[in-house]
Design a protein around this ligand. Structure first.
Ligand SMILES: [Zn+2]
Length: 129
């Protein structure tokens, strides 16, 4: 299974984007960002007053409970996207014949622990490596 950009969301605003949409996404390590968020954050870092404001208070401090609740599904969708990306990355390593033992060493866990975390969903039985 190749790592795909289809079906991804912007990790900052939650908008769906990627190929086949009007919202290009870029990113790495599982996080994705859309052009609108890049433009927004670029404007903030170029505006000393906006930077000073961002240092004074977290955005959620001025949000209503309804607004905070509305963001919760987006946070979980972004977290799940990152978890899915980690699984795809492990699948990439397995397709390159990197052993479960080596992946486990990299993560500081046993071969068995990494297999239990990643192989069960992918269907890789890990019988030989
Ligand atoms: Zn965005």
């Amino acid at each position: 299974m190749a790592i795909a950009r289809e079906g991804r969301i912007c990790s900052f605003c939650g908008m769906p984007g990627g190929p086949g949409t009007d919202l290009p996404l870029m990113g790495g390590l599982g996080a994705q960002i859309c052009a609108s968020c890049i433009t927004h954050f670029h404007a903030v870092v170029e505006d000393e007053a906006a930077i000073a404001e961002s240092r004074r208070a977290f955005p959620w401090e001025s949000m209503s409970d309804t607004e905070v609740l509305a963001v919760l599904p987006q946070i979980l969708a972004s977290a799940e996207q990152n978890q899915q990306f980690a699984h795809e990355w492990v699948e990439l390593l397995r397709e390159r014949n990197v052993s479960w033992a080596e992946i486990g060493r990299t993560l500081g866990v046993s071969r068995q622990a990494v297999w239990e975390r990643f192989a069960r969903k992918s269907g890789d039985n890990g019988a030989t490596a």
